[in-house]
Design a protein around this ligand. Structure first.
Ligand code: FIX
Ligand code: ZN
Length: 419
């Protein structure tokens, strides 16, 4: 890449090409995924069948299929994938964002696609060497790192940590705390089984013990941040367990350790339980909870992404008020081009470059290909508009400046906020 300080041409077409090239070629840090370090074996999902049974596609399949929910879940994975393929890719055009995503990922891997191509695609995936496939996906998506979602409460994952796996430095960690905040009866019992002295009412040595549990996992996995997904009716402060856990354990821990707390707000879990993982919905949150957390704890760092489109403007305004709040990504139902475009534009207009433009939330390795390709295109479109407007005033712009902004938006800003 030639880096030049020469002012760019004010021709819109040339600016468009330059910004797109820079956004495509700047390595990103994917700050929230559900991928695993290859050392975690089968927990790292990849391949066409896993892509097809992704919960985004399962939800869409049931809109058009008359198959019973139970009948679908009883099928072996490959047959579930066959059903998704026939319903969404053969009987109609694969036009939704999730379907388009499968096609983009396959295309970027150099595979030909068409209604009859599933058997040959499967065969191709069978022939791939796992180690080199991981590198290939990260290279094509141009990711310099990927942050996992690491839950000590997941028995399969914990079993791997217990073996002290030899780690791949491209995969970083994030400590997931949902059960601690949202399901204390289960989390407390689990902690007690592991030898931490806790009680049902969080009395006695509970606060000290849960803090020690966090310290132990911090020392064990070295997370970039702590995280939790919260429902839209999350309220703070409230006379409930979540507030007590935040006030007595998590906020003091974040304050002392300097680790940020990521609050992902707006998911209504299991609105249709028959859909299993695909059955979660969205609700508009009351952001006075986040406002209060940021205001009362200015020495604690918060990361936030919200699920409801209706919350996005309010979130940007909160971002303007609190420098201890870093906004990131277009989460889940907002990870579609129309929403990425709207949210990125609004964030640039209200926050400048002081946010992280995207995370993938990928659950299957190959998905990073489409998620980043689609997002990078939209981010580059919006940036082109913004730079064009800026240039019209006579303000100089250079390749170097654009690259620094994009580097910031694609992970360096998040790292700076954390450090
Ligand atoms: O809570 C989360 O981290 C969500 O991203 C997931 O639970 C969700 O299932 C997902 O994969 C969204 O993209
Ligand atoms: Zn997620």
């Amino acid at each position: 890449m030639i880096i030049s300080n020469q002012p760019l041409s004010t021709s819109r077409g040339k600016l468009y090409d330059q910004v797109h090239r820079i956004v495509q070629s700047t390595p990103a840090l994917d700050m929230h995924t559900h991928l695993y370090d290859p050392a975690f074996g089968d927990l790292l999902l990849s391949g066409i069948d896993e892509q097809l049974v992704y919960h985004y596609l399962v939800a869409e399949t049931f809109r058009s299929s008359t198959m019973g929910y139970e009948d679908f879940w009883k099928l072996p994975r490959a047959q579930q994938a066959d059903h998704v393929w026939s319903t969404l890719f053969q009987e109609r055009s694969p036009i939704s964002e999730a379907c388009r995503g499968v096609l983009t990922s396959l295309h970027l891997l150099g595979l030909e696609t068409g209604p009859k191509s599933l058997p040959s695609i499967r065969q191709w995936f069978k022939e791939q060497d796992r180690e080199s496939f991981v590198s290939r996906c990260l290279e094509i998506a141009n990711l310099r790192g990927v942050c996992m979602t690491n839950s000590p409460f997941d028995p399969e994952e914990k079993a791997v940590w217990d073996q002290s796996p030899s780690r791949d430095s491209r995969f970083q960690t994030g400590l997931r705390l949902d059960p601690l905040l949202l399901d204390w009866p289960v989390a407390g019992k689990t902690l007690a089984d592991w030898g931490y002295e806790v009680s049902e009412d969080m009395g006695g040595t509970s606060v000290v013990s849960v803090t020690r549990f966090l310290e132990d996992w911090r020392d064990r996995i070295h997370p970039l941040y702590l995280m939790v997904s919260l429902p839209p009716d999350f309220t703070y402060p409230a006379d409930d367990h979540t507030t007590r856990m935040l006030q007595q354990v998590i906020l003091p821990f974040c304050r002392a350790s300097g680790l940020p707390l990521a609050l992902m707000i707006g998911v209504r879990r299991s609105v249709n339980p028959f859909l299993q993982l695909a059955g979660d919905g969205v609700g508009r949150a009351d952001l006075s909870a986040l406002q209060c957390l940021c205001a009362e704890n200015q020495d604690v760092k918060f990361l936030s992404t919200l699920l409801s489109r209706e919350n996005q403007h309010e979130l940007c305004v909160l971002g303007r008020k609190f420098r201890n709040l870093h906004i990131f990504g277009c989460w889940w139902f907002t990870n579609v081009p129309s929403m990425i475009q709207e949210m990125t534009r609004m964030r640039l207009e209200l926050l400048g470059t002081s946010f992280t433009a995207q995370h993938s939330d990928a659950r299957v390795l190959d998905q990073v290909l489409y998620k980043w390709d689609h997002s990078r295109r939209v981010i580059a479109d919006v940036l082109t508009d913004k730079y064009f407007d800026m240039q019209q005033t006579g303000w100089p712009l250079s390749e170097e400046i654009i690259r620094a902004d994009v580097t910031h938006l694609l992970g360096a800003g998040f790292e700076g906020f954390c450090s």
